[in-house]
Design a protein around this ligand. Structure first.
Ligand code: HEC
Length: 274
């Protein structure tokens, strides 16, 4: 109890000191971020749009970074045996998301980077995921710029950006759900947001200690949120979460089947079976 009471107080003290400390830290430590020149408008099709969200999760500021500028950031080059989108071996060059957090000046105001894809698919990268799986914002595929990238196996456009991993070891399995790599393709913008404005919205308000509810929440965050939206959080591909929640009550068995076997919900498998 004591710890809980203390936290808000220290939070307040730190909060009032933070802005000054950060301004100094940004200028002294992060020459790369300082040298990036964001533009107010899109100049090239492959410019990366970076949207800062406000505490309500609505866009507060939007800037664009050119592909060439991103190439000036520290990049890594790694090989993978099997790129999940093209199903071929590949050499990736890109920026660790952990470095992007620094480039964009991560502070108390954002601790999650979200990706928006052309088809309104969404992924979120929280600090925990980033530390465990070391995702990379892809800049070069087999040494080539996005214009020359191969298509995905399903003949979709891979670029202008995607997020890839050198390798991926799932850290958990819940029923039929095995933690999946968050590997969006056709990423056109990034969102700088906070955990409580993004994945944290999927935290159940009631029954939070029920182990089954916790499992459901982990599946929702790890899979469903990429396509189903909770108002302005999550992908906008499938039915809104509130509608799903209602159907979970009215057609429980059908919903249970979909939750227990989420792979049956994949859009491609739906299309294939149609
Ligand atoms: C790759 C995107 C994607 C993911 C991930 C995804 N869904 Fe969906 N889902 C859709 C789309 C698109 C639809 C609507 C069209 C359809 O039924 O194929 C849908 C429909 C549904 C429906 C039926 C809604 C209705 O109106 O009948 C349920 C229930 C559902 N999803 C639950 C889930 C759950 C639970 C998860 C996570 C375990 C999940 N979905 C993950 C894309 C997705």
């Amino acid at each position: 109890m004591k710890v809980r009471l203390l936290l808000p107080i220290t939070g307040l003290a730190i909060g009032s000191m933070l802005p000054r400390v950060l301004v100094v830290a940004l200028f002294t430590c992060n020459t790369n971020a300082a040298s990036l020149q964001p533009s107010e408008t899109r100049q090239q099709w492959e410019d990366l749009e970076v949207i800062t969200l406000d505490p309500q999760g609505n866009p507060a500021k939007t800037v664009y970074y050119s592909y060439d500028q991103l190439l000036t950031l520290p990049t890594v080059t790694v090989k993978t045996d099997r790129d999940p989108n093209t199903k071929t071996p590949a050499t990736y060059a890109g920026i660790y998301l952990s470095d992007l957090f620094e480039v964009f000046g991560a502070d108390a105001s954002f601790d999650v980077i979200g990706t928006n894809s052309l088809d309104k698919y969404k992924q979120y990268y929280d600090r925990d995921y980033v530390a465990r799986h070391r995702p990379i914002l892809l800049l070069k595929f087999d040494g080539k710029a996005p214009d020359d990238w191969p298509q995905t196996e399903a003949r979709n456009m891979l670029g202008p950006y995607c997020v890839v991993h050198e390798s991926f070891s799932p850290s958990e399995t819940i029923y039929g759900y095995v933690e999946e790599p968050r590997s969006p393709y056709a990423v056109v913008s990034l969102e700088l947001t906070g955990f409580s404005q993004s994945l944290g919205r999927f935290t159940p308000k009631a029954s939070g200690n029920d182990p089954e509810v916790v499992k459901g929440q982990k599946i929702a965050v790890g899979s469903c949120s990429a396509c189903h939206n909770l108002r302005n959080v999550g992908g906008q591909m499938g039915t809104p979460w509130a509608v799903l929640a209602a159907s979970a009550v009215t057609s429980k068995d059908n919903f249970r089947k979909k939750v227990i076997d989420p792979s049956s919900l994949h859009v491609m498998s739906n299309m294939a079976s149609a």
